[in-house]
Structures are given as structure tokens and as C-alpha cells.
Design a protein around this ligand. Sequence first.
Ligand code: RIB
Length: 303
Amino acid sequence: MGRVFVAGSINMDVVAAAERHPRVGETVAGSALLYFPGGKGANQAVAAAKLGAPTTLIGRLGKDAFGEQLRTFLAVQGVDLSFVKDTAETHTGTAIITVADADNTIVVVPGANALVDADDVAAPVLAKGDVAVSQFEIPQATIATFFKSVRAGGATTILNPAPASKFDRQLLDLVDILILNETELGFLTGRELRDSDSRDRFTDAARSLAGRDKIVCITLGKRGVLALVQGEPLMVPGREVKAIDTTGAGDCFVGALASQLAVGSGLHHALDYANAAASICVQRMGAAPSMPTAAEVANILDA
Ligand code: RIB
């Protein structure tokens, strides 16, 4: 069995629940203040670990109370933290989130995540069958170093370019599987895309990023996922559920897909599995604590 290595962010999510989002300059009353472990890297690692893949997280925490709480939480989820460093130079990454009507707005203050560097990602040794995952809440130069070295060992690389940010072709060339939503795809391809757009429109946009042999997966919420495999579209439908908080659902998808590829599943099954996992995640409040177990996903797939 392969292993999953996630190089990425670890945040404490400070969440205000409200009936609706405030407009710019407006104040609205919240209904609850909640603290959830989060950060795209940590969320993806928790999902992969809970879904049965041996999972290592590479990242940084501040030497503060949030850092201690996150370390304890992640260890309990079964994530290997041997490559998570404590750094005294700055605070633990923190995300300020408003959740209203199942949707969120997020401001991330990176703190220690911005210090994850080439030495941090050079330490673990990956092999063929392993899966390396990253996202855009740590420096892009660090991700490039990570992917370059793990590819030399034969591992598969997955990039989730979120939050959307411009990146150069050299990094894209180090990616085997690109996973992004329609907003990120629109940003990276300079097109106006909506989740209600046609498959052809997404396929056309994805082709411009796919190059010769990259797999591009566009997550489309309850519509499911559209994957471009060797230039051909493959639609795997999602599930209609009542969402209460979509924070971390994309991360759940990424972690679940990585776990399934690491345990040797084919791509079609891994996509269906990841859709099912994300459909559970959105029915719970919070990011990392919402990641499902393998038994929960199996229940859905068997139904
Ligand atoms: O993708 C969701 C995550 O984005 C949250 O957990 C928050 O920490 C931000 O990083």
C-alpha cells in the first residue's frame, strides 16, 4: 500500500455562525462562535488518514495555544506529525470564517504556514505508489521543491491550487493530478465560469491546463466531478444532500482521492469515493472535524 504525504497549511478556524453574511461596512449579529481545526493541508491529511491511508503531514505551527491544540487534535486523527515543526518566529495559521446559509467567507492569516520551506519538504523520502499532495496556503517555491524531489522517487503528485493564485508553468509541469473548483479554473484560465455551465465549457477550459498527460478534476459540488483523463471528459455524478457548512468539502475530496489512489484504487472508483466523502463532510459544521471515516463512506457507497 502507498502512503499519502501532504505538504500544507495548518490553521485554527475561528468561525462566526450567522443568519446571513454582512455586506461591506455592515455589522450583523452572529449566533455562535466556534473554534475548529482547519487549514487546507491539515484538512486533506485528516481526510486521507481517516479513510485508511498511512498519512504524513509536513508543515509548521507556532509555539502557542492554537499550535498545541492542533497538534493534539491531528495526532488523535492518526496523522503522522514527525515532519510538523514548531516555530517561535510567528503565530499558528489562523482563519477567520463566517458561515451563513451553508456558505462561507474566509480570511486566512498564514503565520507559520508562510515559513514552510525547502528543507521542511526535503526530509521525507517518498517511493513509487506514494501520493504527494499540496495546495496554495504554503509558498509555491516550497511546493515546487517538494514535487520535484518526490517525482524523482516515482510518487504521484496532486496539486489543489486553492486559494486561487497565479502560478507558473514550471510548477504545473510537476503536477500529475490537478484538482480545482470552477472558480479556480476560471481564475487560472482567465474565463468567467459558473457551476451551472455546461460540461463542454469546463472541458474546454481544463484542456488548456492539462498538457499532454495531466489529469484535471473539476469539483462541481452536488453535480459531482468532471475529470479530464488523456484529454477525454469523465463525469462522476455527486449526491444531493442538505449541506449545513461547505467549509473543507473540497479538502475532503482531495484527501479522499489521495487515500484511494494510495491504496491502489482505479481513478473512477477514487472519484466516486471522494464525491461520497465530500457529501458527508458538508452535512457537518467545521472543517477537519467533519472528515468522515471509511465506514461512513462505505455505508453510502453500499446504499
Ligand atoms: O478549505 C477550507 C480551509 O480553508 C479552512 O479550514 C481554513 O483554514 C482555510 O484554510
